[in-house]
Write a protein of this length. Structure first.
Length: 323
C-alpha cells in the first residue's frame, strides 16, 4: 500500500467510512503490500477498526517481516515472547531478535543489553535479589540497584515514546479528564511494545515479588516535572475481583530535590535513586485494601523524576482483554 493509499484509508476512517477503509487495507494486504500488512496487523491487535484477532495479527506480521518491515520484526519479537496469539516462546523470540539485530541498530542495542544481563533460557533472573525491610505493616521492601543504569535509560526511552498527561475516565461525563491525584505524564508499555529487555525486567520484578510475570499489569513509566506529584492514594482498586496485591516502584533516575515516596502511617520515606526499587503490599491478610499502604510521591522541586510502576494482581490477567 502506497503512502497515498494509507492516507486515504486514514481519511476514510476519520470520515466514518470504516467499511471502505478496511476493505482498502485488506485488499492491499492480500496483494502483499508491506505497509498494508503492518497496518492490518496493528488493527487486529488494537481491535479497531477490525476485530481483535491475535493469531491473524501474528500471521500478518510474519508476512511483513519476510518482506523486510523493521517495526514488524520488533513487534513480532515482543509478541512471541509474551505469548500473544500463540504460546509464549522466549527462545524463539530471542532467535528472531538476533536476526533483526543484524540489520537494525535498535534491535542490536536491545540484544546487547540482554547479553549483559544474567538471565536463564526463559528470560528469568539467575539469582533473585533480596530486599531490605523498611516496614512490616504493611510490608515494604527496598531493593538497591535492582536495575542497571542502561536498563533504567532503556525503560525511560520506551516510556517516553508513549507519554501523555495522566488522565482518568469520568463516569459522569463519559470523557477522559485530567487525573485528580497524579499530575505526571504517563506511558504504558503494552504487550506489542514489550521488547525483550522490558520483559526480562518484568520477570525480575516477578521474581522479587514471588509472583508470575503474568500477574503484572503492563509496566507504566511516569515522568514528573517540577511541581508535579502523586498525591496520597491507595493502589488497591475498590471492589476489584482480581485485586492489586502488590506494587513495585522502580526509580529510573535520582539526584534531584523532591520526589520522595512517603508512606505516612508506617512513617517510611524513600528518596529516589536510579535503579533502586520499592515493593509493598496493598492488602491486609484478609484480602481487603490496607489503608496503611497509602502513599504519595512528593512534588519534584527541580529537574525531572522518572519512575516505572508495576501493579501486581492476585491472579494472572489478560492484558488484551483489559484493553
Amino acid at each position: 500500500m502506497t503512502d497515498s493509499a494509507a492516507a486515504r484509508a486514514n481519511a476514510l476512517l476519520a470520515a466514518g467510512n470504516i467499511d471502505a477503509a478496511t476493505a482498502l487495507v485488506v485488499e492491499a494486504s492480500d496483494a502483499g503490500d508491506v505497509g498494508a500488512l503492518m497496518l492490518q496487523a496493528t488493527w487486529r491487535l488494537i481491535g479497531s477498526p477490525l476485530p481483535r484477532e491475535l493469531p491473524a495479527a501474528r500471521a500478518l506480521l510474519r508476512r511483513a517481516v519476510a518482506i523486510g518491515h523493521v517495526d514488524a520484526a520488533l513487534m513480532e519479537v515482543a509478541l512471541t515472547a509474551n505469548g500473544s496469539g500463540a504460546p509464549a516462546d522466549w527462545a524463539g523470540a530471542l532467535a528472531l531478535l538476533r536476526i533483526a539485530a543484524k540489520s537494525d541498530p535498535v534491535a542490536a542495542a536491545q540484544l546487547a543489553l540482554l547479553d549483559a544481563t544474567a538471565i536463564d533460557a526463559e528470560g528469568n533472573p539467575k539469582t533473585v535479589p533480596q530486599g531490605q525491610p523498611l516496614a512490616s505493616a504493611p510490608r515494604i521492601l527496598h531493593f538497591a540497584g535492582l536495575l542497571t543504569p542502561d536498563e533504567c535509560a532503556h525503560l525511560a526511552g520506551a516510556g517516553n515514546a508513549v507519554l501523555e498527561p495522566a488522565r482518568v475516565f469520568d463516569p459522569a461525563t463519559g470523557r477522559m479528564i485530567p487525573h485528580p491525584v497524579r499530575t505526571s505524564d504517563a506511558g504504558t508499555i503494552g504487550p506489542a511494545r514489550e521488547d525483550l529487555v522490558v520483559q526480562a525486567i518484568n520477570r525480575r520484578i516477578a521474581a522479587i515479588s514471588g509472583t508470575s510475570a503474568a500477574q503484572g499489569e503492563p509496566l507504566v513509566v511516569l515522568r514528573y516535572s517540577p511541581g508535579q506529584e502523586y498525591r496520597l492514594h491507595l493502589d488497591a482498586i475498590p471492589g476489584a475481583g482480581n485485586q492489586r496485591i502488590m506494587t513495585v516502584l522502580v526509580y529510573l533516575n535520582g539526584g534531584f530535590p523532591g520526589g520522595e515516596t512517603v508512606f505516612p502511617e508506617p512513617g517510611v520515606t524513600v528518596a529516589p535513586r536510579g535503579g533502586d526499587a520499592v515493593l509493598f503490599d496493598n492488602l491486609r491478610d484478609d484480602g481487603t485494601p490496607d489503608p496503611r499502604a497509602r502513599h504519595a510521591g512528593l512534588p519534584v522541586r527541580q529537574g525531572v523524576k522518572w519512575l516505572a510502576t508495576r501493579w501486581i494482581r492476585r491472579d494472572p490477567i489478560d492484558v488484551w482483554a483489559a484493553g
